[in-house]
Design a protein around this ligand. Structure first.
Ligand code: PLP
Length: 248
């Protein structure tokens, strides 16, 4: 890089990306894993595109958004950038067309009906859409996702769609001030992936585990995460607009 002054915003993002990467590296060495087996997704939801370009200059290429509209707008503004987009938030059927147009990986598939819609839109544009199945592994009432017990059968149904490729599982663990408490859920998600992989169903591979956020990503890596989704630890706390002003 040329010697030039960079903004405070960019310096802060560069530093936090380095910190998070060091955390992933430490977790890898504690658990005998390779750093190259873990992909950091920078969750840029609610944050401006200037922060995304700051992160790109620091070498970050995978970005996650939880809303289809926001992902598509940022994708358009940054169409000259080599970004891999991850859709990590709940997906409604009427937004599937836009999601499939942009997302490399949809992390949040939680029904056969949604997968059928993805099949339709992916076939229309000649794409095979990579997806993960979202599992509500902690059985929280407020959360989206499949129950662990129904996941193998639903995976087998979705595997029949030729334009939808299941690559693994995703979970959003409970928020807890004691991240160690989430280890049991990360380990359960990995075990579920192992169980499904053993069924040897065509068109399913269980190579990817998307788990771990700002608070608990190191524990998720120790338990086998291949994607960690980190937002506030990279870009700072999110400030949400009050009611009425945030369309999805
Ligand atoms: C917002 C979000 C994240 C990132 O959360 P942080 O705690 O800010 O790291 C990860 N996964 C999903 C599904 C999210 O919606």
């Amino acid at each position: 890089m040329d010697i030039q002054t960079i903004s405070e915003e960019e310096a802060a993002i560069r530093q936090s990306l380095a910190d998070v990467t060091a955390g992933i590296e430490a977790a890898c060495s504690r658990s005998g894993r390779k750093l190259s087996d873990v992909t950091l997704i920078a969750v840029s939801k609610t944050k401006p595109v200037s922060m995304i370009t700051d992160a790109i200059r620091a070498g970050q290429l995978h970005f996650g958004e939880n809303k289809v509209q926001e992902m598509c707008e940022k994708h358009n503004e940054l169409s000259d950038q080599p970004i891999t987009w991850h859709l990590i938030g709940h997906l409604q059927k009427n937004k599937v067309r836009k999601a499939v147009a942009v997302a490399s990986l949809i992390h949040s598939v939680d029904s056969v009906e949604l997968a059928a819609e993805i099949q339709k839109e992916a076939a229309r544009i000649g794409k095979v859409q990579d997806i993960l199945l979202e599992v509500n592994i902690a059985e929280e009432e407020s959360k989206f996702g499949l129950a662990a017990s129904e996941t193998p059968a639903i995976a087998a149904e979705i595997a029949k769609f030729p334009n939808v490729h299941i690559r693994g599982l995703m979970t959003v663990a409970p928020y807890t001030p004691v991240p160690e408490e989430n280890r049991q859920y990360f380990s359960a998600l990995r075990q579920l992936a192992v169980d499904i992989a053993q069924q040897n169903i065509d068109n399913i591979d269980m190579c990817c585990l998307s788990m771990g956020m700002s608070n608990d990503y190191e524990i998720a890596v120790e338990e086998g995460a291949t994607y960690v989704r980190v937002g506030s630890k990279i870009f700072g706390e999110r400030i949400y607009a009050t009611e009425g002003s945030s369309a999805t």
